[in-house]
Design a protein around this ligand. Structure first.
Ligand code: HEM
Length: 579
């Protein structure tokens, strides 16, 4: 057999290809940060830790529990992950004291991670969520900031939230009647109610998603009852309003980019689909319509602050005032204004609905906590209780109900709706004795040790490894008692019957300058929803087959199963409310 006789140029090309492949592979291989623990095997593959994550996700569709589990495997509260070929390692921190300190006291060393910009800038490129913490961010955050003021929350937001909650009560009453004692899925109902609620707060109008369901069920559609009472019944689903679907497509597109190692190109691809294009056109149209409507109503000589009926109105009046103050022409409809409004809808909808879903599960599975909550509500609103009516919106916002505060805090702690916070180092930093280089993404986990499970790393950390501000804050937020840290126990937030928000570590809304913008609105919404739901219904514990605690990590950490069998406690009397 003749030996192949390649020319010199063939050898040269092969050599260049070989060197290129070698260099490319080297560039794609993880470059571990010296001194920070990692899986040695992962550092030898261009896919880093991704195969391990995929194996985990083949068993359960969660991401963040896997991230927490890696700390246990590496036996360290600080470690690094390689989840993006060619990308820099991500550093994960599992220590509530240091996490709190980083968010509150070290904002010069840690800014918002660019992951947010990568994920959100396809759908809302002009929203403040994508900005680093600079003058532009501060100016933009002010645009809707007053919608978190007590005045707006109590006088504007609360009435919209209350009204939309009533629709959900009505829907569950109708569904309960049709269900013949079977449980039914409530995740979509809660999601749609939360959407209707934030929509009404944003635009002052109604998108009527829940009402579409009610209209369909009013036609008495055929329902097939399962053979066993242990099984959930499937109820017919209405075609939902196109504008609701458009906002959902926006959320889905963000979720799509979040799940990709290359979020920006992934979102670009998504934007090319006819579904996205249609949804985007609808979204642009609906925001424009509401901005024009607000201008028509409010830009009159006679318009007053007390005419503000939604976030959109608020933006128009604020812009008019700012323009007058600065001696310039007002700009009512800009890409920034549009994206801030859409961001308000998207960020305010999925998060709140996910937390409420978990809340219904926790309270159904903890009948004694549910009874205590109901008893506390009955004590707080004795007149409504005596009359068999609902507490009014005014009563709910002005009455202190410590057990309700405690239950909401406990639901938020256990729900893990956002299982951690994302930051990026702006300089080389020290965290618990490890040096993390500038421009590294740092994830502050809030879903595991010290928050909802015993902390195996407690003994690993010497006090002198902590930052100065962390040492100074020692004991300000005490550790949870590890014997019941995993239990759902609202009482942990009560000291002598008084609600104590600093009773122990929790971080559902993040903290510091990049903490959740909408926290106060979310808490108000949950206050109204949980009061009305648990006042109106008993949610009994369901069979194991319907009350699992599996979750899926999408934009938020959602329960895989969310069923309920609401038992009406009020009958028809809910039509009248009492002050
Ligand atoms: C239970 C409901 C909610 C939860 C659990 C939640 C959670 C969070 C978390 C964990 C963050 C990141 C914080 C950080 O990195 O420190 C965040 C940011 C944010 N949230 Fe919420 N959120 C909720 C409701 C809302 C609502 C109702 C709105 C608006 C109407 C909203 C708007 C935002 C915005 C705009 C940001 C980005 C802030 C920034 O970039 O500085 N959220 N939220």
């Amino acid at each position: 057999m003749a030996f192949p006789n390649f020319s010199i140029s063939t050898y040269a090309i092969a050599g260049v290809v070989f060197v290129l492949v070698y260099l490319l592979r080297r560039a794609a291989l993880p470059q571990p940060i010296p001194g920070i623990p990692y899986h040695k095997k992962s550092a030898k593959s261009i896919f880093g830790d991704v195969p391990s994550l995929l194996r985990h996700q083949a068993r359960r569709p969660e991401v963040f529990d896997w991230m927490t589990a890696q700390a246990r495997e590496l036996n360290s509260p600080v470690y690094q992950l390689f989840v993006k070929p060619f990308g820099r390692p991500k550093v994960i921190v599992l220590d509530h004291r240091e996490g709190h300190d980083i968010m509150h006291c070290r904002s010069k060393e840690f800014d918002r991670s660019e992951l947010f910009a990568d994920v959100f800038s396809g759908a809302a490129p002009n929203h403040h969520i994508v900005l680093p913490t600079n003058a532009q961010f501060r100016a933009q955050r002010k645009l809707l900031l007053d919608t978190m003021s007590p005045h707006f929350l109590n006088n504007v937001a609360a009435k919209h939230l209350y009204k939309q909650a009533l629709n959900l009560l009505e829907l569950w009453r109708v569904k309960s009647r049709l269900s013949g004692g079977h449980a039914f899925a409530v995740d979509a109902d809660i999601n749609e109610m939360a959407h209707d609620a934030i929509w009404a707060v944003a635009f002052g109008s109604e998108v009527n998603t829940i009402r579409s369901q009610l209209e369909l069920l009013a036609t008495d559609p055929a329902v097939q009852e399962p053979a066993s009472i242990e099984e959930a019944i499937k109820l017919p689903k209405a075609t939902l309003p196109a504008e609701y679907e458009a906002v959902m497509v926006m959320s889905d597109s963000i979720e799509f980019s979040l799940r990709s190692p290359w979020p920006r190109p992934a979102h670009w691809l998504y934007r090319q689909t006819p579904t996205y294009k249609r949804a985007n056109a609808l979204k642009e149209n609906l925001v424009q319509r509401h901005l024009e409507d607000a201008q028509r109503r409010l830009l009159k000589a006679t318009s007053r602050e007390d005419m503000i009926d939604c976030a959109c109105d608020h933006m128009i009046l604020r812009e008019r005032q700012a323009a007058e103050r600065e001696g310039r022409a007002p700009q009512y409809d800009t890409p920034i204004v549009r994206d801030e409004l859409i961001g308000y809808l998207v960020a305010g909808h999925d998060t709140t609905s996910t937390t409420i879903m978990w809340g219904t599960k926790f309270l159904a599975d903890n009948p004694s906590a549910q009874s205590k909550l109901r008893a506390a509500l009955h004590d707080a609103y004795p007149e409504a209780h005596a009359n068999g009516t609902l507490p009014s919106m005014q009563a709910i916002i002005k009455t202190d109900v410590p057990y309700l505060d405690a239950a909401m805090e406990e639901i938020s702690r256990k729900a893990n709706t956002g299982p951690g916070q994302y930051r990026k180092t702006t300089t080389d930093v020290d965290v618990l004795g490890y040096t993390i280089p500038k421009d590294t993404d740092v994830f502050l986990m809030a879903n595991g040790p010290g928050f909802v499970e015993a902390n195996p790393f407690e003994g690993h950390i010497r006090e002198e490894q902590r930052s100065k501000t962390s040492r100074e804050a020692k004991g300000r937020i005490p550790d949870w008692d590890e014997t019941d840290i995993s239990a759902f126990k609202p009482e942990r937030w009560l000291k002598n019957g008084v609600f104590d928000p600093l009773a122990g570590p929790t971080s559902p809304f993040g903290a510091g300058v990049r903490g959740c913008f909408g926290r106060k609105l979310a808490m108000l919404e949950m206050r109204i929803m949980f009061t009305l739901i648990f006042w109106s219904f008993d949610l009994p514990q369901l069979s194991k087959g319907l009350s699992g605690y599996g979750a899926v990590d999408k934009l938020t950490h959602k329960p895989l199963q969310c069923f309920a069998r609401p038992i009406d406690l009020l009958g028809k009397k809910e039509d009248s409310t009492t002050a």
